[in-house]
Design a protein around this ligand. Structure first.
Ligand code: SAH
Length: 356
């Protein structure tokens, strides 16, 4: 069995040529896969029945099996996919009133970065995803949206995993989301805990993609307590890499900041952050913390958020408060997978970790 999503266009041409098919058949098949997001060979009605049968026998469209799906009142759809080796990963689709349709996808099964407040970080690392496994998450949403006359407009690599800890597969996936799936590069965001060498490499890729840095704290002590990676790549090196990135690419960097009540949401912290980012071409996204089982912290209230934005403004640092999406469906990263795992362990009567 060959997963057709692992092939690039020349690869698909070669496969069908090897089967004695005329060249335009590969073009038709490619268009079904990427322009129309077909989920099944039966849908590909302009392919001869014999070819469709052979495809069904010898090829698959991707490798993800749906393990769980939840719909939120705000329109957010959250999915847990089971990979062929049993690993579980999550993706989320967020519809916005302005017409944007944003897929949040995973780059790894689990994560090795161990951020204290993050549900995936609390689970640990399982394995890297292939570029095909990353692309397929977006492709599934894209195909379904097209079937109802909508289109996937944005992709963010903010699901499970640390994208820059799976650098090559992520770069390949980003290129394919752009060329094969037609997502504008400027509408793709790669989010990192701040792996400095990869940020520097990323600056040289010539991609028009948005880089987001998860900051969450403005001093090394505070950041190391939340994000162990800070001990390896402390703030001065991280911010220097961001400044060089902006100089090199002329692109604005996004900083993400989960507002944790009483931890990193006071005006003095905002002022420290303002001083740190002053003069840097950037934008700060503030997201009230999504509480997780393994971390004893809660989201900041409305007044703290407003005070934080106001304080940053005094340093000329633009900030926006983001709405937490899909809160009613465990859409905080890693949380739905944790639920599926708990259920499956209860069913098997086995307390051991079978998937991660
Ligand atoms: N590893 C990458 C991308 C995945 S997480 C990164 O860290 O950037 C995507 C974003 O969600 C990151 O900014 C992360 O810090 C944040 N995040 C993780 N858990 C969260 C939680 N419980 N509440 C709010 N934001 C969270």
């Amino acid at each position: 069995m060959i997963d057709l999503y692992t092939l690039d266009r020349p690869g698909l041409d070669a496969l069908l040529a090897g089967w004695g098919q005329r060249r335009f058949r590969a073009k038709q098949l490619w268009s079904w896969m990427y322009d129309k997001g077909a989920a099944d060979f039966d849908e590909m009605t302009d392919l001869p029945a014999g070819l469709r049968e052979r495809l069904a026998r010898e090829a698959t469209l991707g490798s993800l099996q749906l393990a769980e799906e939840q719909h939120s009142a705000d329109g957010t759809i959250k999915r847990v996919w089971r990979l062929p080796d049993g690993q579980l990963i999550e993706s989320v689709l967020m519809p916005y009133r302005d017409g944007r349709r944003t897929a949040c996808i995973s780059s790894q099964a689990g994560c090795a970065m161990a951020c204290a407040f993050c549900a995936t970080g609390q689970m640990g690392f399982a394995r890297q995803l292939s570029a095909a496994e990353i692309v397929e998450q977006a492709l599934r949403f894209s195909g379904e949206l097209q079937a109802r006359g909508e289109r996937l407009s944005n992709v963010v690599l903010m699901g499970m995993g640390e994208p820059f800890h799976n650098y090559d597969a992520v770069i390949e996936a980003v290129r394919r989301l752009n060329t094969d799936l037609g997502i504008g590069a400027r509408h793709i965001t790669v989010s990192t805990v701040g792996l400095v060498p990869q940020i520097r490499r990323f600056a040289e890729e010539g991609l028009q993609v948005t880089l987001a840095i998860s900051l969450h704290a403005a001093t090394d002590d505070a950041r190391s307590a939340l994000m162990p990676i800070n001990r390896r790549w402390p703030l001065d090196e991280l911010i220097a890499a961001c400044r060089d990135y902006v100089d090199r690419t002329h692109r604005r960097v996004t900083f993400e900041w989960a507002l944790i009540q009483g931890v990193n949401d006071d005006v003095a912290t905002a002022e420290r952050l303002g001083r740190l980012l002053q003069g840097l071409h950037c934008h700060v996204n503030l997201i009230p913390l999504n509480p997780t089982a393994g971390y004893d912290g809660g989201p900041s209230g409305e007044p703290a958020v407003a005070g934080f934005i106001e304080a940053l403004g005094r340093f000329g640092v633009p900030a926006t408060a983001r709405v937490r999406r899909g809160i009613d469906i465990d859409a905080g990263c890693g949380q739905l997978k944790a639920k599926v795992l708990r259920r499956e362990r209860a069913q098997s009567g086995d307390g051991s970790a079978s998937y991660s």
